[in-house]
Design a protein around this ligand. Sequence first.
Ligand code: HEC
Length: 231
Amino acid sequence: MKASFSTAIGTAAVFTTLVAIGVIVAPQRGRADSDDSESSRIRIGFAIAPVPLNLHGKNRSLVGLGSYIVNAQGDCNGCHSAGPASEFVFGGIPYFGQRPTKINPATYLGGGSDFGTLDPGGLSAHIITRNLTPDKTGRPEGGATFDEFVDIIRHGTDRDHWHPTCTGALGPHCVPPPFDGSLLQIMPWPIYANMNDHDLRAIYEYLSAIPCLEGDPGNPAGADTHGTRCK
Ligand code: HEC
């Protein structure tokens, strides 16, 4: 009895102290504070999203957190834009010293960056980033379910089988062994695989809120989805 009473007093004292030093009220403040709570990340996420977001039917907090992970930490667009030349809009190209940075919405997460081949001779498949924007189903990455998305990030599964492992001579649609063509190459899934389910859910929710871009880069069949992916 006595012990739990003094514990209660202790807890109240700690709480009062935290309020007094601003730890508990800090989440209301702006971007520059040292607050690392989720609400701060959600707020920053909305502030830095470079495209209009469709929040209809979405979990708002997850979209904001997903934007923070994609745009402040994961740099998905650093690879999933169409390439360095069009990643930013002129006037906001950070590598020219132009401020503030302006990401190009016309190529945002639409894929197309070409990382070249995995064999030094340049004979095998080019590794090209894919279009992560939602399709007309509203699901991200061309209609992936959340389970499929988790499988991709946790295991690197290439669900499209666009570049199998070469069996004989190297060719433009296969990757040279010992690279495993059933796995996504260059994509940092071995690192992203460490994220928890909540963060993956947030990325998925954010990717379903960004605008659709046409195109199917990386498809060896050269399938032209122009005009059919988004509507
Ligand atoms: C270092 C460059 C790089 C970064 C950063 C990157 N990716 Fe990728 N990603 C790739 C490449 C390259 C591919 C295609 C790989 C292949 O064809 O083998 C890919 C493929 C994917 C695929 C599979 C798409 C499909 O249609 O099969 C998903 C999903 C994906 N990336 C999501 C993400 C997300 C989400 C982020 C940020 C959290 C991200 N990527 C960051 C390079 C990158």
